[in-house]
Design a protein around this ligand. Structure first.
Ligand code: IMP
Ligand code: MG
Length: 191
């Protein structure tokens, strides 16, 4: 709340941004906590960050600036919710990991753990590329009951557990819109 009004998307007038679920101040505090936990666990070893685009964009930008460890940053693109979908259509890999990650400690970062298929697929790709260890970090996780049988059941680091609603903001989108909202809000009226 308190931010500037967001103009309606001209060709998509029905869904709208509803109540704020996680305000920006809480996000900032939690990102600090996550960074401390990650630093402690990696214990000075270099981190290979793999950011799942595009949803993790804002989260990764904030998180990495709180991690003093030596790191490389790779962008991975996996699309599960094409266009106006609000349910996972299954992950499609658009850009995968670099060919050789032998010996590297990878931290895969995504915005949301929902069915878990996206992260499961990403973990498999990074293992295949030879990573020594692959850990996972998400800003928000929907309830474990929504996980698919073939999805990743849990992430190693979770910012917030949220109800099974469709959210936008802080990088998360509906039809590629609303990523720029500073808070996490519930999308209402979408279909
Ligand atoms: P999963 O494969 O079902 O776990 O879906 C994870 C991906 O779907 C994330 O990378 C998000 O991009 C997207 N996603 C899932 N739920 C939402 C949501 O509520 N809002 C926006 N994107 C979502
Ligand atoms: Mg995504």
């Amino acid at each position: 709340m308190g931010g500037p009004a967001i103009a309606p998307i001209p060709d998509n007038p029905r869904p709208h941004v509803g109540r704020v679920l996680v305000p920006r101040e809480r996000i900032a505090r939690r990102v600090n906590d996550l960074a401390e936990a990650i630093e402690a666990d990696f214990d000075g070893r270099p981190i290979t960050i793999a950011a799942v685009m595009t949803g993790a964009l804002i989260f990764v930008a904030d998180l990495v600036r709180r991690l003093p460890s030596a790191m490389r940053i790779h962008l991975v693109q996996i699309r599960s919710y094409p266009g106006r979908a609000v349910a996972s259509q299954g992950p499609t890999l658009l850009a995968g990991p670099p060919e050789d990650l032998t010996g590297q400690d990878v931290l895969l970062i995504d915005d949301i753990l929902d069915s878990g298929r996206t992260l499961k697929r990403a973990v498999e790709e990074f293992r295949r590329a030879g990573a020594h260890a692959v850990r996972t970090c998400v800003l928000v996780a929907k309830p474990a009951e929504v996980r698919a049988a073939d999805g990743l059941a849990r992430a190693d680091y979770v910012g917030f557990e949220i109800p099974p609603v469709f959210v936008v903001g802080y990088g998360m989108d509906f039809d590629d819109c609303y990523r720029n909202l500073p808070d996490i809000a519930v999308l209402e009226g979408g279909s």
